[in-house]
Design a protein. Structure first.
Length: 389
């Protein structure tokens, strides 16, 4: 057994443990956590006296492994932009687990990521949640699929209306195509159910099967929306079809925070530390996470890697904390909140008995200049260590 001792431990869902201890079993699970755990014969002890331990970070919106990091255009596999509706494509089939972005994630203390298709299409395909260490993506999975990606606003307009002179060229068309997709999926599901009841053969449509999973609330719709009106449109459509959803980016959320709080939405907020590179991010503010949280929105910070390099996830969290997000809310926004939003909180997001032993060793308090990542562990295995120069 592996025993961790001496560190100040932030379990997130429990009280802070000064000079805490954790016992990790052979399966990489936390078997005990507390202030005093008796040592047994054969225990391997890791003494982190003077250090701080937090749960492995959960980055709920990335394109890690599929955006060409270190590979250039040959490795760019984020958007299937030839058609605007591509519910059948799966991030799983494009992720390169040996890409340098996974190393960057571990360097940033990120142990679990959601990897999504890009935002070029109103319906973009299926995402997944996985650990950030391994060599075969199928063996790294935590949940697959983890959601169906959708997008509103500038990106699908640019990818299709401007670049290819085809729909959608307007926000009206983007919304219409999303509605039509779910209407088609509903009819498809009814026909499938009838055929099964009658014992007739039925031709599978993988594009609509993804929509059917959303309509059945097996997975949520994860909607890219920056501008305030796009956010409201996304909510309107999701309510029309009574589907579970998350708002991805939510850059203008602070402008309609009271409305979003009433809707009790979950927002994947980010990327931070970046410029307002397009019209719909003109109102970007570092206070957005704090404003949303104060109004009752469940905030999950995210990197959108590579648009914020995932090595800097903790630094983004520190900025959110500096601009009004409480310490507790900030820590939850990069651990348990995204774990819950992904439906994987039974395994990750906090340090509790029975959960995966994913944790990060820091040189000081989280969100302080001394709180650099020193070591990252996944299921009790050391997967990244800072070099001492």
């Amino acid at each position: 057994m592996l025993v961790v001792k001496g560190a100040k431990i932030y379990p997130v869902t429990g009280e802070v443990l000064e000079d805490g201890m954790m016992r990790i079993d052979a399966q990489g699970k936390i078997s005990q956590i507390g202030r005093s755990i008796p040592l047994e014969v054969g225990d391997q002890v890791l003494d982190f006296t003077g250090k701080v331990i937090i749960p492995g970070l959960v980055d709920a919106h990335t394109h890690v492994g599929m955006w060409g990091d270190g590979e250039g255009r040959a490795g760019y596999d984020g958007n299937e932009s030839v058609r605007s509706i591509t519910g059948e494509v799966r991030a799983l089939d494009a992720v390169n687990p040996r890409q340098i972005s996974f190393t960057g994630a571990r360097e940033g203390g990120i142990t679990t990521v959601q990897i999504l298709p890009g935002s070029g299409n109103p319906i973009g395909g299926l995402g997944l949640a996985c650990k950030t260490w391994g060599s075969v993506i199928d063996e790294m999975l935590v949940k697959n699929p983890s959601g169906l990606k959708g997008a509103t606003g500038e990106n699908p307009k640019r990818a299709h209306g401007q670049a290819q002179k085809q729909a959608p060229a307007t926000r009206m068309a983007v919304a219409s195509m999303i509605r039509t997709y779910f209407e088609d999926a509903k009819v498809y599901g009814e026909k499938k159910e009838q055929a099964q009841a009658e014992g007739r053969p039925f031709e599978t449509d993988l594009n609509l099967e993804s929509g059917l999973m959303v309509l059945a609330k097996q997975i949520p719709f994860r909607v890219h929306a920056h501008r305030h009106d796009d956010i409201v449109t996304a909510i309107r459509i999701c309510e029309e079809f009574d589907i579970d959803y998350t708002i991805e980016h939510c850059t203008d959320g602070h402008l309609i925070a009271e409305y979003l709080g009433r809707k009790q939405i979950t927002a994947m907020v980010g990327p931070g530390l970046s410029a307002s590179g397009k019209v719909e991010t003109a109102a970007m503010t570092d206070e957005n996470p704090a404003i949303l949280a104060r109004h009752g929105v469940k905030v999950c910070l995210m990197t959108d890697h590579p648009f914020l390099n995932c090595r800097y996830f903790l630094q983004y969290a520190a900025i959110a904390h500096k601009h009004g997000l409480s310490f507790a809310d900030t820590l939850q926004a990069i651990t348990i909140n995204p774990a819950q939003a992904l439906g994987i909180e039974d395994r990750v997001g906090s340090l509790e008995a029975g959960k995966d032993a994913d944790f990060v060793v820091l040189g000081g308090e989280p969100f302080s200049y001394k709180g650099a990542v020193l070591e990252t562990y996944i299921e009790g295995r050391l997967v990244w260590q800072r070099e001492i120069y």
